[in-house]
Design a protein around this ligand. Structure first.
Ligand SMILES: *Cc1c(COP(=O)(O)O)cnc(C)c1O
Length: 372
């Protein structure tokens, strides 16, 4: 149990308190010697495919490789452009660059999601893919993005890395694009005690290609179809994933309860605190509970002194990173994302916290604005 007057960001020490089922299955794995792919990985892929609602799943060793695999399967390469949002984790853009393509940034909207109405302006002959991100475990307006993509005959690849367990009208993130990526990194909703990733698609051709590319382009032990690489998930992680997947809906439920409770409290502090709109029919994973807070930097210091571990995701938008220099953006290119980088804060609402923690957070923030 976490004390009520402290709100740690890190939930990992609590998540695996009972590992007996995982160890039992690991023992089975050890006896089977199915150490690369094999039946545990297949079982996980089949289970995940049912959970998400996609025909085909290919488990990879992490979310970054899952994104690379998606883009490569569509033949995205040097000279192509991929449109994505400028406030995401580095890996979204790293994957685009890894296949040789040029990332083209779009600003964020008031929900910290890709500003869909600015996508159209960025489309040209070189645009191969629109890559929306389910940032923080919330979702962008997928219906609008799908319309733009269809009209312009461009594929969508979703970065649903933070979106396992989220929903848009009962449909899972990662089932809208032609081929899509998920992550099972410890800080995502499905945590596998290490790295893990997944690619989902309903397209048999892309599936067959990905299966081979993930495993050296092999048809069988003696023959390869084309040059591939090794992007295989570890069976140890597949076993953890199977175990955690059973609990996922209750984890998401708890996070939603905390988030809703905190929403209702923090609303009272408007306009010192501005929360993103929660859309009807959109279920979030609350990988990140974000809001805009006046005097953010001073507030965060104060909260940390009260053992409330808040974070900033992230202080520098990607178009202003050193790595983006050659892309020729400048301060002012993405006004929303730049404003958010200076004013947003992420508050822990994870499943090991309760209403009492949420009240504690609220009371401290309220106190801060009374004094400042
Ligand atoms: C975590 C994350 C990734 C990368 O996943 P890894 O499994 O860490 O490689 C990519 N995109 C987003 C939005 C993420 O949150």
């Amino acid at each position: 149990m976490i004390k009520y007057n402290s709100v740690p960001y890190n939930y990992l020490p609590y998540e695996f308190e009972n590992t007996s089922k995982i160890f039992l299955r690991w023992k089975k794995l050890i006896r089977s010697t199915d150490f690369t792919l094999g039946k545990f990985v297949s079982e996980f892929e089949n289970t995940f495919s049912k959970y998400i609602g996609a025909k085909y799943c290919i488990a990879t060793n992490n979310g970054t490789d899952a994104l690379i695999l998606c883009l490569k399967s569509l033949g995205v390469k040097k000279g192509d452009e991929v449109i994505t949002v400028c406030n995401t984790f580095y890996a979204t853009v790293g994957a685009i660059v890894a296949v040789g393509a040029k990332p083209v940034f779009v600003d964020a909207d008031d929900r910290f999601q890709i500003k869909y109405d600015e996508i159209l302006k960025k489309i040209n002959k070189k645009t191969k893919v629109i890559l929306p991100v389910h940032w923080g475990g919330a979702s962008p307006k997928m219906d609008k993005i799908i319309k733009i993509a269809k009209k312009n005959k461009i594929h969508i690849v979703e970065d649903a890395c933070m979106g396992i367990g989220a929903k848009i009208k009962n449909k899972s993130p990662g089932t809208f694009g032609i081929i899509n990526a998920f992550s099972m990194h410890p800080l995502k909703s499905l945590n596998v005690m290490g790295d893990g990733g997944m690619v989902c698609t309903n397209n048999k051709k892309l599936y067959d290609w990905c299966l081979k590319y993930r495993n050296h382009g092999m048809i069988n032990r003696d023959k390869i179809d084309f040059w591939g690489v090794n992007m295989r998930i570890q069976p140890l992680q597949a076993i953890v994933a199977l175990n955690q997947l059973k609990k996922l809906d209750s984890v998401i439920k708890k996070r939603n309860l905390n988030a809703k409770y905190l929403d209702n409290l923090l609303k009272k502090l408007y306009p010192n605190v501005i929360l993103p709109k929660r859309l009807k029919d959109y279920k979030e994973t609350f990988a990140l509970y974000m809001g805009i807070f006046k005097k953010r930097d001073k507030l965060i210091k104060f909260l940390i002194s009260k053992k409330i571990e808040c974070k900033i995701h992230y202080p520098i938008p990607l178009h202003l990173q050193k790595a983006s220099k050659k892309l020729n953006y400048h301060v002012g290119s993405m006004p929303n994302a730049e404003f958010q980088a200076k004013n947003l804060m992420t508050i822990p609402v994870h499943q090991f916290l309760s209403k009492k923690h949420m009240s504690y957070i609220y009371n401290q923030i309220k106190y801060f604005y009374e004094k400042n």
